[in-house]
Design a protein around this ligand. Structure first.
Ligand SMILES: [Zn+2]
Length: 157
């Protein structure tokens, strides 16, 4: 994913970050590009969003109740082609709960299912922005292989 998305993923549950990366890889293989637009929010940030909710095209949770405040939700954007139905079903395939199915649909929103890992990254890491190069996790060869496969699919044409 792009650098800004990766930086935002540093603030959320590692389980959520891994699933969002898997979603991005799945979609990239279908020539759909996503970005993370919003991830962990402080309660102050959620309150500001809530106060301005009349100008938001999507539902905004009451401060103190949003999974964004727990680092368990992200809001995504589609860059270029692709539909929320495609991205939503792909998100469900990697185990995320998709806001497009909420009673007040929130198609940009993806969250961890209840009962999955609640750990978030350390507060010191979240409070002190570090260059993504130093914050990057150790190499994961599974992702390298997947990346190579995605690259092969994209360049065989
Ligand atoms: Zn959201």
């Amino acid at each position: 994913m792009d650098a800004q998305s990766e930086q935002l993923l540093q603030g959320v549950s590692p389980d959520l970050a891994a699933r969002v990366r898997a979603l991005a890889a799945t979609l990239a293989a279908r020539n759909i590009t996503i970005r993370v637009k919003s991830a962990k929010r402080s309660t102050v940030q959620q309150a500001a969003l809530y106060a301005n909710r009349a100008n938001n095209p999507y539902p905004v949770a009451v401060p103190g109740t949003s999974l964004h405040e727990q680092g368990r939700a992200v809001d995504l954007a589609i860059v270029g082609r692709g539909t929320w139905a495609e991205v939503g079903s792909a998100g469900e395939a990697v185990g995320l709960r998709w806001g497009g199915r909420f009673s007040k649909p929130d198609p940009v929103h993806f969250e961890l299912q209840a009962g999955t890992n609640t750990a978030t990254s350390t507060p010191s890491l979240a409070a002190t922005p570090t260059p993504s190069s130093t914050a990057a996790p150790a190499p994961n060869y599974g992702w390298l292989v997947l990346g190579a496969l995605v690259a092969a699919v994209l360049f065989v044409d």
